[in-house]
Structure formats: structure tokens, C-alpha cells
Design a binder for this molecule. Structure first.
Ligand SMILES: [Zn+2]
Length: 357
């Protein structure tokens, strides 16, 4: 072969080698660098472990109903974690793949008791936008601005009632203008409701009607109710008597290390509101940046001491109770009284706060 031919062959070989290396490296990047089944943040390996423990503790009660007394409290805790994880997952999806995220959302919904899409209209698009001001479905001051055990304890029922309207409106709008979202919502209801129907049937088949029902109630039913109740209670204590007009005093944060470990940094609420799309594991760093500018009353080290002060001591010694910090949510700087009617949300709205919509 003439010399020129060899040179051309060399160029072809080099080009082919480059192409095959390029496509190989592309394949490798796709297959290994960002596998859809793995979490986007390494901290979420713990999220996955906690999520896998949920059925273990719940279903062991089916096998050993005599251990309910010991296992059910763990299921209560894990169900509450499912709620926190669903909240985190809606702001910052755990996985890269959309379908794995969808599956994970459904998994969590079985344990914390409601399809995860509901976070979008009531929390991401409404609460994060209005932060306890008029129009927020979850305002802490709907019937009274007083903070005591009765108002905090019954907040769940008030808040759940007023959240039902934006959820229904969101479904209506999705049905009309976003069929893919509507299908996703229907599937979430079917999986959530169907799972519980199957879990009840399984318990009754294995253990008979009364024992089966009792076991389901302690393994799934009551923990899910507790999870929903605590989600709303946290929202209440994190916003009651705070100042939504302020840059950093719009939320109350709980800074205890153990509490935040057990609750995936859910105590660092001011940082969460300011960077809603940030992964929960980055909240300590974000909190450190704004900590100095938060009013001392809105940085509580111990959640339990806060509860003891607010609900046991304050009724006798009011100085232990919470007091409005800065401007009240209903005291608009523009003088506009605001409407208590819940603000409209759009079923096609998107952005950081509506990341899963
Ligand atoms: Zn949030």
C-alpha cells in the first residue's frame, strides 16, 4: 500500500477509535456516573435506609402481633419520617429518574397517609409563596392568634379542612389542562388507597377480623394519622407569632442536633424557606449563614423545652409563651387587610418550588 493510503487509514482508525471511545465514555457516564436508581445526594442513602425500614417494622407486627407494644412506636416515628421525607422529596427530588421519584413518592405515601402530589398545591405553591400571610391555606391565625395547647392541638383539623379546597382545585385544573399530571394524581390515589385495602385484607386473612384490623391500625393506620398530625403541628410551631414580612424572622427554627438528625434537619425551617430547593442535608450550612440575623426567640434549641414552656408553663406564667416577633402576618405594611380566602394555584405552574409538578 502506498504511503498516502496508510496515512489515510491511520486517520480513519484514529477517528474510529475516538468515536468508539467517545460513545463508550458517554455510555459509562450514563450507566455509572448518574444511575437513576441511586440518590442525587449521598445523604439520601439514609433516607433510603429509613424508607426500607418502614415496611419491616410495620409488617413484623403482622407476623408477631404480641410485639405491637414495642414495634408500633417505631412505626409512628417512621411514618412521621415518611412525611418529612415526602416534604423533602417534593422540594428536591431524591433520585435522578422521574419514574423512580414517582415510585418513591408512592412508597412514602403508604406510610404517611396521603398521596404526595398534595404537597404541591398546599405547601410548595401556596405556603412557601405566602408564608403564613392571608391566602396561605395553612395560616396559624385563622380563628385566633392565641397560642396554647388547644389551638396547637386542633390546628390539624382546621388546616386539613382549609387545605382540601386548593387540593380539589389543583385536581380540577390538572384534569382540564394537564392530563399527564392528572393521570399521575389518579395513580397516586389508586396506589395509596389500593395498598391500604390490600394491607387490611392481608391482616384480616392472617389474623381474623378483629385482631387483623387492630394490627393494621397499630402498624399503618394510627402511625399515618400521627404523621399527618405532626406535619401540621410542626408547621404551626414553626410559624406561630413569627414575622412573614421579615427577611429571616418568618420562621421558628429548632436547632437541637439529635432532633435534626432524627428528623432530617426539619428543625432548620428559616433556612428551608429561604432555599426551598436545597437538599435537606445542606441546611446546616445555610442556617449558619443566616443564624446571626434571626431573632433569638425564633431559634429554639430544644423542641421539648419549647413545648413545655408553651403548653405547661405559659398558661400560669405568660412570659414563657410565644410573643409576636416583629410584624404580625395579618398586619400588612400596605394597610391591605388581605383576604383569608386561599390563594389560587395553577396546575401547570412550575419552578423550584413546584419541582415535582
Ligand atoms: Zn417546605
Amino acid at each position: 500500500m502506498p504511503r498516502g493510503g496508510t496515512a489515510i487509514m491511520g486517520i480513519f482508525e484514529a477517528r474510529n477509535a475516538f468515536h468508539s471511545w467517545n460513545s463508550w465514555s458517554k455510555w459509562c457516564r450514563k450507566a455509572y456516573a448518574s444511575p437513576p436508581m441511586l440518590p442525587r445526594y449521598s445523604a439520601d442513602y439514609r433516607t433510603i435506609v429509613w424508607a426500607l425500614l418502614m415496611p419491616v417494622f410495620a409488617l413484623t407486627q403482622y407476623a408477631r402481633p404480641d410485639l405491637i407494644l414495642y414495634l408500633s412506636p417505631v412505626s409512628f416515628y417512621l411514618a412521621m419520617c415518611a412525611g418529612i421525607m415526602a416534604h423533602n422529596h417534593n422540594h428536591c427530588p431524591t433520585f435522578k429518574s422521574r419514574s423512580v421519584n414517582g415510585f418513591f413518592g408512592c412508597w412514602l405515601s403508604v406510610f404517611y397517609g396521603y398521596p404526595t402530589f398534595a404537597w404541591i398545591p398546599t405547601h410548595n405553591l401556596n405556603h412557601h409563596k405566602l408564608v403564613n400571610k392571608a391566602g396561605d391555606a395553612t395560616i396559624t391565625w385563622r380563628f385566633t392568634d392565641r397560642h396554647n395547647a388547644f389551638v396547637a392541638g386542633t390546628y390539624f383539623f382546621v388546616s386539613a379542612y382549609y387545605q382540601s379546597e386548593p387540593i380539589k382545585a389543583y385536581i380540577r385544573k390538572a384534569r382540564k389542562s394537564n392530563r399527564a399530571l392528572f393521570r399521575q394524581i389518579v395513580w397516586q390515589y389508586v396506589i395509596w388507597g389500593g395498598s391500604h385495602a390490600l394491607l387490611i385484607a392481608l391482616a384480616v386473612t392472617l389474623l381474623g377480623f378483629f385482631t387483623g384490623l387492630k394490627v393494621w391500625i397499630f402498624a399503618f393506620g394510627l402511625p399515618a394519622f400521627f404523621a399527618l398530625w405532626t406535619m401540621m403541628f410542626f408547621n404551626y410551631v414553626q410559624h406561630v407569632h413569627t414575622d412573614p414580612w421579615s427577611a429571616h424572622n418568618h420562621s421558628r427554627s429548632f436547632t437541637g442536633k439529635l432532633l435534626n438528625f432524627l428528623m432530617f434537619n426539619n428543625g432548620l425551617h428559616a433556612a428551608h424557606h429561604e432555599q426551598a430547593g436545597a437538599n435537606w442535608s445542606t441546611l446546616w450550612g445555610l442556617h449558619a449563614k443566616i443564624e446571626g440575623e434571626i431573632h433569638p426567640d425564633l431559634k429554639q434549641k430544644s423542641f421539648w423545652w419549647f413545648c413545655a414552656k408553651s403548653y405547661l408553663l405559659a398558661p400560669i406564667m405568660p412570659r414563657f409563651g410565644t410573643h409576636q416577633v416583629g410584624r404580625a402576618p395579618f398586619d400588612s405594611p400596605t394597610g391591605d387587610a388581605g383576604e383569608l380566602k386561599t390563594d389560587e394555584v395553577d396546575a401547570v405552574e412550575s419552578g423550584v418550588n413546584a419541582v415535582m409538578a
